[in-house]
Write a protein that binds this ligand. Structure first.
Ligand SMILES: Cc1ncc(COP(=O)(O)O)c(C=O)c1O
Length: 404
């Protein structure tokens, strides 16, 4: 509340709508007050980062790599990233011209959209989809339009649904594959068709692939497969891949002009990205394969376990995600309001994220994260089953480490 005596404050205009973060804050507040709560609501994996990466980071700190780096990132990490994307998706990118290291995937998204989108531009986004992308674009004054993600036995991104919504005003199409919250993926053919149309009609594709390591039963299809960056801005991050969300380190790959523009803008925001992380990742990336495989397999087994248990509850329908670290089950036959479902499950001792936070198509659903210890998932499921089947749940009083 700003009062009469707050003379200086009264001259300010809000730069962010209070309503943007209030549902999330309200949810966090409700969670804080619960003793012994278990939580599948986190937006990050709950396993350890690679031991070697931690060692490399400690060494970098001791070797006084604690200073500013160049804005675009140290050459060594950009070279390692270029090799990584070549190895993973056959992409040929120039480390000096096509890569910008950023403060997490989020800064890459912020800078890319700032360069690509002007007020009044039409942008196509997925529904359900990650709310932060929506907020960033709304703040730029973009006209938001949505394409639906489709659900059969798994969620998927239907490129035809996107193509049919592209008109002369469309400036940008946002792809998030694998998706938060559904795990939907876009096929290689889908990417190809979209990139061809983008070239022909003159729009951009922002391809957010931060969950690329978590693809189950197939290869990850990337926007980088096609050896052309003219219409693509690729967003990636080490956050989810290496369980280092707090490092705030990610990167964008795009046309040199776009990277230059993003870099110039970044100079006056963050100047550079986390130096220690850059030095450590430069050395770790070339041999990260075993860690990636191990966690992918671990997540896949957890996902299958969670899907089976959820589907065994009468009235719950849970498609197996093709990727990502979340399931997005349909609870609407038990509880059509996802916020009410959130409250019921919270009363039963488990926190989830209400589906409606991800868009209208999320109503009646919830997001549950499965990149955590298997016995933790089991304990959460016991409580969820008891709550939804109407039996009292067992109360656990101790909060398990950093899982809350
Ligand atoms: C779809 C998606 N993209 C990007 C990000 C940004 O991650 P970070 O900034 O930690 O790299 C997130 C984080 O939750 C996400 O879910």
């Amino acid at each position: 509340m700003i009062t009469e005596k707050d003379k200086a404050l009264k001259k300010l205009k809000p730069i962010a709508k209070e309503s943007e973060s209030s549902p999330m804050r309200e949810m966090m507040k409700m969670m804080e007050d619960r003793k012994g709560l278990l939580s599948l609501s986190a937006g990050e994996a709950n396993f350890d980062p690679p031991e070697e990466l931690i060692e490399l980071a400690s060494e970098a700190m001791r070797k006084d790599r604690n200073r500013y780096t160049s804005t675009n990132g140290i050459p060594q990490v950009r070279e390692a990233v270029a090799e990584f994307v070549n190895d993973q998706w056959g992409a040929k990118v120039d480390p000096a011209a096509n890569i910008l290291m950023t403060v997490g995937g989020m800064e890459a998204i912020f800078l890319a959209t700032r360069v690509l989108v002007q007020k009044g531009d039409r942008v196509l986004l997925p529904d359900p989809g990650w709310g932060v992308m929506r907020t960033v674009l709304e703040r730029l004054g973009a006209l938001l339009a949505y394409y639906p993600l489709e659900e059969k036995e798994s969620w998927f991104i239907d490129h035809e649904a996107i193509l049919s919504r592209i008109d002369g005003q469309t400036k940008l199409v946002v792809i998030n594959s694998p998706s938060n919250p559904t795990g939907a993926t876009l096929s290689k053919e889908g990417f190809k068709a979209l990139i061809e149309r983008a070239r022909e009609k003159g729009f951009f594709i922002l391809s957010d692939e931060v969950y690329h390591n978590y693809v189950y039963g197939g290869e990850h299809a990337s926007a980088l497969h096609f050896d052309s960056l003219d219409n693509v801005v690729f967003i990636n991050s080490f956050s989810k891949t290496f369980a280092v969300t707090g490092w705030r380190l990610g990167y964008a790959i795009a046309h040199p002009w776009i990277i230059r523009q993003m870099g110039i803008f970044k100079e006056s925001i963050s100047l550079c990205s986390f130096s220690i992380g850059q030095w450590a990742m430069a050395q770790f990336l070339p041999h990260c394969g075993r860690y990636l495989r191990k966690n992918r397999e671990f997540c896949q087994a957890n996902m299958q376990r969670l899907v089976t248990r959820l589907n065994a509850i009468p009235g719950v329908r849970c498609p197996s995600p093709k990727g990502g670290i979340y399931v997005f089950p349909d609870f609407s036959r038990i509880e059509p309001s996802s916020q009410e479902l959130f409250r019921r499950l919270l009363d039963g001792g488990v926190a989830v994220v209400p589906g409606v936070f991800f868009g209208q198509k999320g109503e009646g659903r919830a997001r549950l994260m499965f990149a955590c210890p298997t016995d933790y998932i089991d304990r959460c499921m016991e409580r969820i089953e008891a709550t939804l089947r109407g039996k009292p749940s067992t109360v656990v009083t101790k909060l398990p480490g950093n899982l809350s």
